[in-house]
Design a protein around this ligand. Structure first.
Ligand SMILES: Nc1nc2c(ncn2[C@@H]2O[C@H](COP(=O)(O)OP(=O)(O)OP(=O)(O)O)[C@@H](O)[C@H]2O)c(=O)[nH]1
Ligand SMILES: [Mg+2]
Ligand SMILES: [Zn+2]
Length: 294
């Protein structure tokens, strides 16, 4: 996974697709990833590990990652995190400022050059002190779905996922608890895609650590007690695939809101959820597990 990047002041290779870009380029000409990351990596002289947060659109990836990064920079648990580059702070700022105004952040656009990228140096005190450099992009669920449906249409996503040192697969627990098979099917498609992209053969398994995170667990608090049992009962297809194809998998539940209200504007025929207050539960645990396994 670790690879040294040649130091060259005239040009820099894109971390995601490898394309050599002009030193002045703001985003990669090929994939749209911010070149500031490549320059920071060159300055750092070591390549970060990628942790990808994946899941369907509207599952809660942006909200989750925003709060996680905010907790890390506020020294939650045994962690301390230092953002590399101001662009790394944008995601947590967007999420926190929206939630302070009692609204959820907007949907992530499909275009890669509009995603938030978080590049952090993370220090974990226990069980043994260690520093890890992590790159965590906030991908759009729709881009992921498009790539899974037609592999290699979004090459950068394929590059990101196959190069990831750890994955967090977010699943909508509220939908699953209501009897919808949709989250189960999406998660199975996502893992099957990864399985074929990682080039594993026959009955080999994927070694990359995968944290299955049950999101919106405030709707079904029983997930917090037994996330594993919840998956086994409500997401059976996913459970079976995890058992057969992953060597390193763990199950978690998470929620970011304490109470919700519902509102609509005059003339609108839709209702939007309003987060009345933030109450973080289970946000740090999946991350802690991933960092321990890296
Ligand atoms: N009840 C509850 N709702 C949540 C929670 N987290 C997210 N949501 C809801 O889920 C919606 C989508 O959250 P996002 O983080 O934008 O979802 P996303 O996965 O980034 O979606 P894309 O950007 O389209 O891929 C929010 O607007 C909220 O309505 C949670 O912890 N509890
Ligand atoms: Mg999003
Ligand atoms: Zn690129």
């Amino acid at each position: 996974m670790t690879k040294t990047i040649p130091i060259n002041t005239d040009a820099a290779p894109c971390l995601i697709c490898g394309k050599t870009n002009m030193a002045s380029a703001a985003v990669c000409v090929d994939c749209g990833a911010p070149m500031a990351i490549a320059h920071d990596i060159i300055a750092q002289k070591r390549e970060p590990q990628i942790v990808s947060i994946i899941g369907e659109s509207n599952v809660g990836k942006t909200v989750y990652l925003g709060f996680l990064l905010d907790m890390l920079t506020q020294r939650a648990g045994d962690f301390e995190a230092i953002p590399r580059g101001a662009y790394s702070v944008d995601l947590q700022q967007t999420v926190i400022s929206h939630m302070a105004q009692r609204s959820f952040p907007p949907k992530t656009p499909m275009e890669m050059n509009q995603w938030y990228w978080a590049y952090y140096q993370v220090f974990q005190k226990y069980p043994r002190p260690k520093w890890v450099d992590l790159l965590m992009p906030d991908m759009a669920g729709e881009s992921l779905a498009a790539e899974v449906a037609a592999p290699s249409t979004f090459r950068p996503i394929r590059d990101l996922l196959t190069r990831s040192a750890g994955l967090m697969l977010l699943v909508d627990a509220a939908l699953a608890a209501n009897g919808s098979a949709r989250p189960d099917f999406f998660a199975v498609k996502m893992l099957s895609y990864l399985y074929s992209m990682c080039g594993v053969r026959g009955d080999e398994r994927i070694d990359t650590p995968v944290a299955i995170v049950l999101c919106k667990a405030d709707y079904c608090p029983e997930c917090f007690d037994h996330p594993r049992r919840f998956v086994q009962a409500n997401l059976t297809r996913l459970w079976n695939l995890c058992e057969n194809r992953l060597t390193n998998v763990e199950f978690f539940a998470c929620s970011v809101v304490g109470s919700l209200a519902y509102a609509t504007a005059p003339g609108d025929d839709y209702v939007v959820p309003i987060p009345m207050h933030t109450a973080l539960q289970g946000v740090l645990e999946p991350f802690e597990w991933i960092v321990e396994t890296l």
